[in-house]
Design a protein around this ligand. Structure first.
Ligand SMILES: Nc1ncnc2c1ncn2[C@@H]1O[C@H](COP(=O)(O)OP(=O)(O)OP(=O)(O)O)[C@@H](O)[C@H]1O
Length: 297
């Protein structure tokens, strides 16, 4: 495992975050998804040890630390915060890169140059004079140039134009090709989850609802438009929504397993059309309490 949360709780004024029990596997991309204020950044900061849990513990590659994590481990962690660090704002991109090249032994100057060029970021501009998107692109180039083993990205695409967003996706996918890299990213962008994530962790109001393999979620729910005996429909197993849709049709949302097919056939209910639910609809159902069948945590 890259990171394990064991009963971690952080008290906050409005609600506590946790208890969190999670095993984040090494070598995968894990997306933290949830509504505003649900606790994603807090979890990210716990992974970076800039926030300590009030209860429970966090383990990095099997080890936990009462004090500061060792420098050698910290140097393997790359972090792009949701809000850029103010202390670096008056420096140019090149000056920050030079500082980071001392701090990170694995700093790769050639990669930094390539990424700055690809993202078209002005190198001699002070960070506080860059546009929001330029600064974000610089942060991403700098974090990737340090060649981290654990990459924590808090809403990395915030402010990026669609072309830079595409470049970011390509770069993150390239990171995973031949290296022992784990990426945890928090995001509100469903397309980002679709394109990148191997696993999804869903958080709601400080509670971790679980972790699921992304591919196992696809096709887990269906929407069906049916005609026939409404009474039988009410007794059908696995139905979570059932609404009239026009004079003769009923629209139902049902877990996509072998049961609904058999039940409908036996009850003489006719399926007029059907579709698989989209990822965002599946996540919404999960938040409403309809968990995926294959939960990992
Ligand atoms: N420094 C802080 N001190 C006290 N409470 C905080 C602090 N930072 C965040 N919180 C509270 O903790 C909760 C979780 O916030 P957090 O920033 O982790 O959410 P988030 O899921 O990242 O939200 P968003 O999607 O809006 O970025 C919120 O209720 C927030 O008000």
């Amino acid at each position: 495992m890259a990171i394990e949360f064991r009963g971690a709780i952080k008290e906050r004024r409005r609600h506590s975050i946790g208890p969190i029990n999670l095993n984040i596997p090494r070598g995968y991309i894990v997306a933290l998804v949830g509504s505003n204020g649900s606790g994603k950044s807090t979890m990210m900061n716990m992974m970076l040890q800039t926030i300590r849990p009030d209860q429970g513990s966090i383990h990095w590659y099997g080890e936990t630390f009462n004090g500061e994590m060792p420098l050698t481990l910290r140097q393997k962690i790359g972090y792009v915060p949701e809000v850029s660090i103010a202390e670096e704002s008056h420096l140019t991109a090149d000056a920050v890169a030079e500082f980071r090249s001392y701090w990170y032994p694995s700093w790769d100057g050639v990669r930094f140059d390539e990424l700055m060029q690809r993202f078209r970021v002005p190198r001699n501009e002070r960070l506080n004079r860059m546009s929001k998107g330029e600064r974000r692109k610089f942060e991403i180039a700098a974090v990737l140039a340090a060649r981290p083993k654990l990459l924590l990205l808090d809403e990395p695409s915030s402010g990026l134009d669609p072309f830079a967003w595409g470049d970011l996706i390509d770069e993150l996918q390239a990171c995973m090709e031949n290296e022992d890299v784990t990426i945890v990213l928090s995001t509100h962008i469903v397309d980002e989850v679709k394109r990148l994530a191997d696993y999804i962790i869903l958080v709601d109001e400080g509670r971790v609802l679980g972790m699921a393999e992304k591919d196992s979620l696809y096709g887990s729910w269906k929407e069906l438009w049916v005609q026939g005996d409404l009474e039988a429909l009410g007794k059908m197993p696995g139905v979570v929504k059932c609404d009239p849709d026009g004079p003769s049709l009923t629209r139902i949302t049902v877990r996509d397993n072998e049961h609904w097919n058999k039940y409908l056939a036996a009850s003489g209910i006719q399926v007029v059309k059907s579709r698989a639910l989209e990822l965002e609809e599946i996540l919404r159902l999960w938040i409403e309490g309809h968990k995926p069948e294959e939960l990992l945590a």
